[in-house]
Ligand binder design. Sequence first.
Ligand code: IDP
Ligand code: MG
Length: 143
Amino acid sequence: MIKPDGVQRNLVGEIIRRFESKGYTLVGLKMMSVSRELAEKHYDVHKERPFFGGLVEFIISAPVVAMVWEGEGVVSTARKIIGATNPINAELGTIRGDYGISIGRNLIHGSDAIETAQREISLWFSEEELIAWEPTLKPWLEE
Ligand code: IDP
Ligand code: MG
């Protein structure tokens, strides 16, 4: 999910490009204003943390872009493409390392495990919004 700062900074195209260029397949995409209820559910694991309130306020403060990407190793590789939580520690070449300087403005959320991805996909998308399609270049991406 491209967070409000990523949208406001006109990085939507750049962020999508990184996942596309790597070889992943886009199967869901929508821009949305996030309800407080969805933001709180999404970050439920952090509800006891001191930053929870501010994080929820931030996520609902402006539109986000929710995406579902598919492909070999996508969850763990996406985390590498995204970079460390604090952009100051994120390697250059990652999204957060290239475009961020502050932990509260780290541009993008990525699911941290397959089970988390499943939970988050069902939270953010209805089944009709997920498109199963066969990219013609697949044989050039996966053996
Ligand atoms: P992640 O986004 O890399 O998975 P998490 O530890 O799951 O990182 O934290 C969720 C989000 O909460 C972070 O992306 C960041 O926006 C915010 N966050 C995490 N730790 C802090 C903090 O110490 N201060 C402010 N915001 C934080
Ligand atoms: Mg996380």
